[in-house]
Design a protein around this ligand. Structure first.
Ligand code: SF4
Length: 212
């Protein structure tokens, strides 16, 4: 959909002023740990993942250790992140695939990443951006919601939104914008109760509520 360059410039500048320094909230020391933490973050807060991943990575810090970990033990550790049966199977299978196909090393390639168990485009984009410094747009629930509210897209499918945003946002802003929108979603443009009257983008937002 057509979006004016002035509107895009306003959004990018406003978010940059508000959040000049942004980074993923998922704690990790290696690309592998970020990959596993991101898989665990589905339907779960980053804070909760961080509590669990501390124990998980202490016991199983790399792909080799996690690939050989008993499934029952992994389930016990990650239980509180929800969907723990599937997540435990996926992270163990992912570690095994890394050993089998990439000598235990996380590939820096979207096509290879999305073939790993439990890894979709969103997870792959998080890893490519935060662990390898590539320009990517991560469309999580905040980015999806706020892009629609601001009129940057009218699509509801995260992959379609990712490609639409890549068309209209200059590449050098991709990774920052995703993180800034995530901060902004937690801070101002809440899913249930957006704080429009305090919002610096109210003037250009078609969904903004100008009164209580
Ligand atoms: Fe979100 Fe309201 Fe701001 Fe629009 S004006 S971006 S809906 S908080």
């Amino acid at each position: 959909m057509a979006v004016s360059s002035l509107k895009i410039k306003t959004i990018l500048e406003t978010l940059r002023d508000r959040y000049p320094v942004v980074k993923t909230q998922l704690e990790h020391e290696t690309p592998f740990q970020l990959l596993i933490a991101t898989i665990l973050s589905a339907q779960c807060t980053d804070n909760q993942v961080n509590k669990v991943s501390k124990t998980l990575f202490h016991a199983y810090p790399d792909s080799n250790a996690l690939a050989h970990a008993p499934l029952s033990q992994i389930k016990k550790i990650i239980y509180s992140t929800g969907f723990y049966n599937n997540k435990a199977k996926n992270i163990k299978a992912c570690a095994m695939a890394l050993i089998r196909e990439y000598e235990g090393v996380v590939p820096k390639d979207m096509n290879k990443l999305v073939k790993l168990p439990g890894v979709g485009r969103k997870t792959a984009n998080v890893v490519l951006s935060a662990a390898f410094g590539q320009d990517t747009i991560v469309v999580d629930t905040h980015v999806l919601r706020i892009s629609n509210r601001l009129g940057l897209t009218d699509k509801k499918d995260p992959v379609k939104v990712e490609f639409e945003l890549m068309e209209i946002i200059p590449r050098r802003y991709w990774s920052y914008l995703s993180l800034q929108l995530i901060y902004f979603g937690r801070d101002i443009c809440d899913a249930k109760k957006p704080r429009c009257l305090e919002c610096p983008l109210l003037k250009i937002c078609p969904s903004g509520k100008k009164s209580r």
